[in-house]
Design a protein around this ligand. Sequence first.
Ligand SMILES: O=C(O)[C@H](O)[C@@H](O)[C@H](O)[C@H](O)COP(=O)(O)O
Length: 237
Amino acid sequence: MTQIKIVADKNALVTSASDFIINKIKETIANKNICSIALAGGSTPKPIYQNIAQSDLPWDKIHVFWGDERYVPPTHPDSNEKMAREAWLNQVDIPAQNIYPMPTLGNNPMADASKYEQELKDFFGVANGFPSFDIILLGMGDDGHTASLFPHTNALKECDRLITVGNKEDNQRLTFTVPLINHAQWVIFLVSGKNKQEALKAVFDQESDSDQYPSKKIQPQGELIWFIDEDANSIRN
Ligand SMILES: O=C(O)[C@H](O)[C@@H](O)[C@H](O)[C@H](O)COP(=O)(O)O
């Protein structure tokens, strides 16, 4: 099922999405005694991660992954891992072994993608098929990309692997594939800003091309919820 939450502004999006994610983590742990969550990169999630770091959660039961990563060292200013560790993970008592950053130091993106894929299979205990993350956080670019699934790239065609290499122009990235995202229990989109209006309208347009607007390919078997602020909103009055 898809839910759409239109909120007044970025602050309201940060507050409502933070509360929702924290409650979803608590609910998952109450049901399963564990929670697997994959993080989004970019700028929108950072204040949400800072809020989550202030919450009272059983950190030892939370396992943190990344849905995509720029192919740079974890010390690089563009690193999604760096952003999440500084905003959240370094501020809480989460065991180091509960944090699973995407490997980006092998100087071979596809080999590192395979390495992370194996790490996921080992964690979830699935040799074949797709594991089901409890929660996957996603942003959406102004071109309609999500994770590092960019328009008209080969990554969009990957339907067997869990992790592949995405390309933003000539910058390589590691990314969850569409089928891996679509196997999640909860997929949460975080979309803020006027620059997202056109892409968002296209993503919700039944006639649009999902290869042009890859966020449209995200139709999880579980629940999908969009947090959208009024600046980005072009789908509902
Ligand atoms: O590594 C990344 O950059 C993200 O995973 C990417 O998919 C991001 O979520 C969108 O580009 C939106 O980014 P903003 O939140 O900064 O608008």
